[in-house]
Design a protein around this ligand. Structure first.
Ligand SMILES: [Zn+2]
Length: 333
């Protein structure tokens, strides 16, 4: 196939996202300013039953801290962040609780922030990634579910078990560890991986070393991410949209001659919830076509970019039936 879809948008080698469980208002103290400084978007996971309230959950380390309210969450959306459902109660979700924890929580959160909620994020531990929970996530129209497994996600990772890297000062006993700002990066670069960091609310010192990092450690992580090459920093939803669009797009070759390559895209069973349908594509073309690199999209010329000899790159919002034509611009003009 001379037209291929890149694993990630902009043909980046790896992807970086970061999530903050509990969506605490104190994120404004350190985390949000660091995000603003570096231009990396974040993502908060909301305990919907305590929206805007002071946390009061069992023996949580974060009791006494306040959860963000709807206006604060909308402010994050305006800054380019994303918002997920971290359940209604943060309890172990039993089968008879899914309508409240997965269904109603989603409805209430969407009404509060006036935006879709496409991601579920398991509270507590992976017991909340049980079969009945994930079945409910599919039923209620989520696009993915985030776990607490420290691993990479890959271009073909199942979206109803998304892994997250604990960005914590130290791991639980008996695996005591040192904070590592490079955690999983080399692995992601080698395997087209998608890292999603997970922490809570970085302050001067972590509230609990097994649950968080400090704000200097968060800054160090961002500096490390951005000194590495070819990374796409994005909210998880944008990555999910790309992942879904890529997997549901089929490329049909209409013609492949010495003067023209014509392709038609078919979007098969792509969810309506995928509201951003942008793909980055590579086309192998003869060298003379690269002098004035263009692509004709449904008959209209658009600039393409030469990324290596005889390889053009475009990033385009795709539609079902869209035609892409590559040819020698110089010969046409
Ligand atoms: Zn939590």
């Amino acid at each position: 196939m001379a037209l291929t879809i890149c694993p990630w948008k902009y043909n980046k080698t790896w992807v970086y996202s970061i999530t903050y469980d509990e969506a605490l208002a104190d994120l404004h103290q350190f985390a949000i300013p660091i995000h603003e400084e570096y231009g990396i978007p974040g993502h908060v996971e909301v305990v919907v039953g305590q929206l805007g309230e002071t946390r009061n959950l069992g023996n949580s380390s974060y009791n006494g801290y306040r959860h963000m309210n709807a206006d604060e969450l909308k402010d994050l959306l305006a800054r380019g962040w994303g918002i997920g459902n971290h359940s209604w109660s943060h309890e172990l979700i039993q089968p008879d609780m899914v309508d409240l924890e997965i269904g109603r929580a989603k409805d209430v959160l969407e009404a509060a922030i006036d935006a879709p909620v496409d991601l579920y994020c398991a509270p507590g531990n992976n017991s909340n990634m049980s079969d009945h929970v994930l079945k409910a996530c599919r039923k209620y129209g989520y696009l993915g579910a985030m776990s607490l497994t420290d691993a990479l996600n890959r271009p073909n990772t199942p979206l109803f078990w998304i892994n997250r890297t604990a960005l914590h000062e130290q791991y639980y006993a008996p695996f005591f560890s040192e904070y590592d700002p490079f955690r999983n990066i080399r692995h992601a670069q080698a395997q087209n991986g998608w890292i999603i960091d997970y922490c809570h609310c970085p302050l001067e010192k972590p509230i609990h070393p097994n649950k968080d990092c400090s704000h200097p450690q968060l800054r160090k992580r961002f500096e490390t991410i951005l000194t590495e090459d070819k990374v796409w920093c994005a909210v998880p939803e944008e990555v999910l949209f790309y992942h879904q669009t890529r997997r549901h797009t089929q490329i049909e070759t209409i013609s492949d001659t010495e003067t023209q390559k014509r392709y038609r895209l078919h979007l098969n069973n792509l969810s309506d919830r995928v509201t951003c349908r942008t793909l980055t594509l590579h086309a192998d073309v003869p060298a003379p076509w690269c002098r004035y690199p263009n692509v004709w999209i449904d008959g209209q010329p658009h600039p393409a970019h030469l990324v290596e000899p005889r390889k053009l790159q475009i990033t385009v919002t795709v539609t079902d039936g869209m035609e892409l034509v590559f040819q020698d611009s110089n010969a046409i003009s």
